[in-house]
Design a protein around this ligand. Sequence first.
Ligand code: HEC
Length: 183
Amino acid sequence: MKHLNQIVVALVILTSLIACNDKRTRKVQYMPDMYVAVPYEANSVNPVFADGMTDRQPVAGTIARGALTPAYQFEDTNAGYELAKSTLESPLETSEENLENGKKMYAIYCAVCHGKKGGGQGILVKREKFLGVPNYKDRTLTDGSIYHVIMFGKGAMGSHASQLSDKERWQVVQYVQQLKINK
Ligand code: HEC
């Protein structure tokens, strides 16, 4: 009993020394893994890897999910446009399904300027918010040239590459070609 009292007194003195000494530095951490992450933090030094850092580059030869098509090889220049126009071909077969989805995408991304039927009289043009939109009929278009224009834009038209996947771009191409024939 005597000993217990002594231990309690010693503990009280010890904790008060540790806890009250200097308020600006961190004291004993009772459960350190609640304060300090067990895994390596992003961007931290890491002895596990040869380069000594935690962050990894993708393994050579791997491809990001959704980016299975090879990189677009035509440049954003007039020469690139002409080359795509004369050589780039659609990998898609003409089908109801492709046309249907192309129509949907066209209605969302293109019709505001080009008009539902491709005549160049979209809502933005009618309200005079956007000018210089051609009627598709007045342009010589190929699958390749339409795809190229979706990728990079042309003149006042901006690129639509980020809004549409590779497949969706080709579906829109198919639909634009159909509009051109039908009108
Ligand atoms: C903000 C308005 C706008 C939107 C949206 C837009 N375009 Fe255009 N587009 C234009 C203008 C302006 C031109 C004329 C560019 C030039 O020839 O200088 C053009 C030209 C074109 C041409 C003709 C290019 C050529 O080779 O002569 C095609 C094809 C075309 N657009 C397709 C599309 C498709 C497909 C979409 C949707 C994915 C789209 N555009 C969305 C404004 C737009």
